[in-house]
Design a protein around this ligand. Structure first.
Ligand code: KG4
Ligand code: ZN
Length: 341
């Protein structure tokens, strides 16, 4: 079954062609990072307008690369939520119109299910059940995954998402957008142990997290250093290092606790923040300590992409699930409300 995947929930237009027998045939991505950079964050209306311009050429590109025709297509998977509504509606319009015109089924995919299943596109995919840590710019959650659509959210952030904390830290320090890659790059030059930031909510039982307090520590530390005349790059790097270690430690403690609680030993880590090398290394160690292994998407599929949407949608379409044409985009959409396969 040949499936076209379309992702347009935020600031990346991602398109992919996935064949349920041959695997991923082609994928293409347009990132709007440069467009939003001068505003220091995503401007929703600009994002929607840009998706409108990019999506059709990207679709043409993936067909060309895979040497397939529109007439070969057997299903369409598009991100239906959660995300920016105007941005989602661009993918919704294109996907449903194509499905209608080609008389093929379409399915609206949950963006976080896409992230959660992204490691399935790799050579050594995890088998069920597994614990999934989803760490993106909009979400941070720990999910018990017994199968596709069999999700129990065991813990989540009570305030900022982990990626959001990276982005806000970058903004406070006057670094570029998005902040994650910038902060982690500087953190590598930073010295450990200069500052000690708190590990929020690790002393309490449970698996919920909180990251909003960290930015106050970043702000206060930076203001204090600046007042003392230390407004140099090395000081910024040391702060980035302390911040990254605090986030990594928090995720490590919560994941270790989850593996213990579930008795499972496979850990999937996905979403934009899973591109962070320190966090990857630390979480791999957690899974190995539990007698298992951690599974990550390849770096380019950690952040938003069309391939993960095509894959997730393909599994559901293969199982006979589809949505009617009146199924529309939704800004909010609880992961646990998805039907099992
Ligand atoms: O999954 P994603 O592309 O979009 C959402 O669904 O939100 O994640 C984007 C987030 C941004 O907050 C970005 O700063 C963060 O992932 N990110 C990183 C790294 N690369 C991207 N955070 C930490 N370290 C990185 N290397
Ligand atoms: Zn995402």
């Amino acid at each position: 079954m040949l499936i076209l995947g379309i992702e347009s929930s935020c600031d990346e237009t991602g398109v992919a062609l996935y064949d349920t027998q041959a695997g991923l045939l082609s994928h293409a991505l347009y990132s709007q990072v440069a467009l939003h950079a001068e505003y220091g964050g995503v401007v929703p209306e600009l994002a929607s307008r840009d998706h409108v311009q990019r999506v059709i050429p990207l679709i043409q590109q993936v067909f060309k690369t895979a040497n397939r025709k529109l007439a070969d297509l057997e299903g369409i998977a598009w991100t239906a939520g959660p995300g920016l509504l105007g941005a989602l509606l661009v993918g919704a319009g294109v996907a449903r119109a194509l499905a209608y015109a080609l008389h093929i089924p379409a399915i609206g995919v949950h963006h976080m299910e896409g992230h959660l299943l992204a490691p399935m596109l790799e050579e050594n995919p995890p088998s069920f059940p597994f614990v999934a840590l989803l760490v993106s710019g909009g979400h941070t959650m720990i999910v018990a995954v017994e199968g596709i659509g069999r999700y129990q959210v065991l813990g989540e952030t009570l305030d900022d998402a982990a990626g959001e904390a990276f982005d806000k830290t970058a903004k406070l320090l006057g670094l570029g957008y998005p902040g994650g890659p910038e902060v982690s790059r500087l953190a590598r030059q930073g010295q450990s142990g200069i500052y000690r930031f708190p590990r929020p909510m690790v002393d309490r039982p449970g698996l919920d997290m909180s990251f909003s307090g960290l930015k106050t520590y970043v702000l206060n530390t930076w203001e204090k250093e600046k007042a003392a005349g230390n407004d140099d790059l090395q000081t910024k790097a040391n702060i980035c290092r302390a911040f990254e270690e605090a986030v990594a430690d928090t995720l490590v403690i919560k994941c270790r606790r989850t593996l213990k609680q579930t008795g499972w030993h496979r850990l999937v880590v996905s979403g934009g923040v899973s591109a962070n090398t320190t966090i990857r290394r630390r979480l791999q160690a957690v899974a190995e300590d539990a007698g298992g292994q951690a599974y990550f998407p390849r770096l380019e599929f950690c952040t938003d992409n069309g391939a993960m949407i095509a894959y997730a949608g393909a599994q559901r379409l293969l199982a006979g699930q589809k949505n009617d044409l009146d199924f529309s985009a939704r800004a909010r959409w609880p992961l646990e409300s998805l039907p099992p396969l």
